[in-house]
Ligand binder design. Structure first.
Ligand SMILES: [Zn+2]
Length: 135
């Protein structure tokens, strides 16, 4: 008839155990990710799209490389350095692409909305969930 109060879980060993399990899982996941990323075969490739259409793709080499893209009246200067990529300069009003900074891992991307240019990093060859188009 009267509502029983919730049985109070004593904070203690169970909390510690749960926390430990969560930490272990997190470490295992991070480790798996790291190993997979390191061992993944294939080249890191930048895919440049304009207006949603792929225009160019090039492998990120260890050397230095510059690329310039113009779309919708805006020009982006891409700079590749040590296998990483960034928009060094752009004349778009938002400068979001410049502020994105350096990307160097598959799955990362730089988007310039005013120019409608997307630069995405993918890993070709090694991963099965990446479409590889050999032209
Ligand atoms: Zn931009």
């Amino acid at each position: 008839m009267s509502t029983r109060p919730f049985p109070k879980l004593r904070p203690g060993i169970w909390d510690a155990l749960v926390a430990a399990v969560v930490i272990v899982l997190a470490v295992v996941c991070a480790g798996a990710f790291w190993v997979r990323g390191t061992l993944a075969e294939g080249e890191l490739t930048a895919v440049v799209s304009m207006d949603g259409q792929e225009r160019e793709r090039f492998a990120l080499s260890d050397g230095e490389m510059e690329r310039t893209y113009t779309n919708h009246g805006y020009t982006l200067h891409l700079l590749v350095q040590s296998g990483e990529l960034r928009v060094a300069e752009a004349d778009c009003p938002t400068q979001d692409c410049v502020h994105t900074g350096t990307i160097g891992q598959a799955g990362q991307s730089i988007v310039c909305l005013p120019a409608r240019i997307v630069v995405q990093l993918v890993r070709t060859g090694g991963s099965s969930d990446v479409d590889v188009v050999i032209g």
